[in-house]
Write a protein that binds this ligand. Sequence first.
Ligand SMILES: NC(=O)c1ccc[n+]([C@@H]2O[C@H](COP(=O)([O-])OP(=O)(O)OC[C@H]3O[C@@H](n4cnc5c(N)ncnc54)[C@H](OP(=O)(O)O)[C@@H]3O)[C@@H](O)[C@H]2O)c1
Ligand SMILES: [Zn+2]
Length: 361
Amino acid sequence: MRRACELAERGRGSTSPNPSVGAVVALGSTTLGEGYHRVRGGAHAEVEALRDAAARGNDVRGATIYVTLEPCDHTGLTPPCSLAVVDAGVVRAVVGAHDPNPRTAGGGVARLRAAGVAVDVADDAWSQSLIEDFGRAVARERPYVRLKLAASLDGRVAPRPGERHWLTGIESREYVRELRAACDAVLVGAGTVRIDDPLLTVRPARARRRPYVRVVACERDPVPRDRAIFAPLEGYARTIVLAPAGARARFAELETVADIVFCGEGDRLDLALALAALRQRGIASVLCEGGPTLAQHLLEGGFVDRVDWIVAPALLGGPDAVAALAGGPGGVTLRFDRVERLGPDVLLSAVLAEPSGGTLV
Ligand SMILES: NC(=O)c1ccc[n+]([C@@H]2O[C@H](COP(=O)([O-])OP(=O)(O)OC[C@H]3O[C@@H](n4cnc5c(N)ncnc54)[C@H](OP(=O)(O)O)[C@@H]3O)[C@@H](O)[C@H]2O)c1
Ligand SMILES: [Zn+2]
């Protein structure tokens, strides 16, 4: 199953809105074939693994298939994998995680069992993590949102407003770039673009089947059009600017460098509509990299699924220091499920106790 998960990781970022899935067909300790879902519309992991076994001249009758996600049982862009597994003569399936889609959950396992295939559902932690974004975004109008923030030990991001301050070490930056590669889009607030002028690219550059998307959320004023985020780059879609509909005239100047998505009416940016607009554009997962104002609004609105909070070994203190969250009402409960050292920093990763901001069916 570990090998199947390793394979699945290769598909991360390319399979959206499908989950990344890996599979290994084995007889005892001998691997007969392996594969993963590479791109939406392409063969699923089970079929890739069965084809790989055939290409190697291996007979899979009597073998076991290890697959990170319950095989599908419906005809979508490809025929159901449950049938392919049964037809191949595989006698046992070890499944890392149930299908999180309530409409199809259990169907693949039931089909396999009905056909006489022994099925073990392992509820494997790595397999579960591969489908976290998919599981939370499925059947919901908004994308899965992962919020990354880096702060000093006293919860500050800059010594003074308007100031750019480098807090974290190289390991943290590398970790964040990995997260970018795994999400459909990276989102920041206008303040971050004005002050930090980040590129928000995946480095070292890594080719991906889907173009990378960068998004800026604005409210009152457009950000300057000479910012790094608007520079056209190979492998990147045109940057998206989210803006309130009432500000249409002011944002016209950005039309030559970005796709502007006007959300709702009036002068306030409606985040629910903004996220829904991203989802409609095929963006199923978003990494938000701040800053404090946008992060606060996302949390308050119940739009965040996971928080990656990086603590840097520094105290910024001082009456003018900028808080990592821009204040406002609290009432958000988190559950830490990962604590890790990233060089000199500490990563605290947590899921939101109650996902909301969309209908979960
Ligand atoms: N340590 C970190 O992880 C991190 C990450 C990012 C930024 N930062 C730091 O944060 C500071 C910038 O803070 P910031 O709070 O100005 O950044 P921000 O959250 O990136 O931007 C705030 C701006 O975003 C717009 N906005 C987007 N959605 C909004 C909404 N739903 N409601 C209201 N406004 C919305 C508004 O633009 P308008 O002004 O057009 O109304 C608002 O002024 C900088 O010092 C930067 O270095 C730190
Ligand atoms: Zn399938």
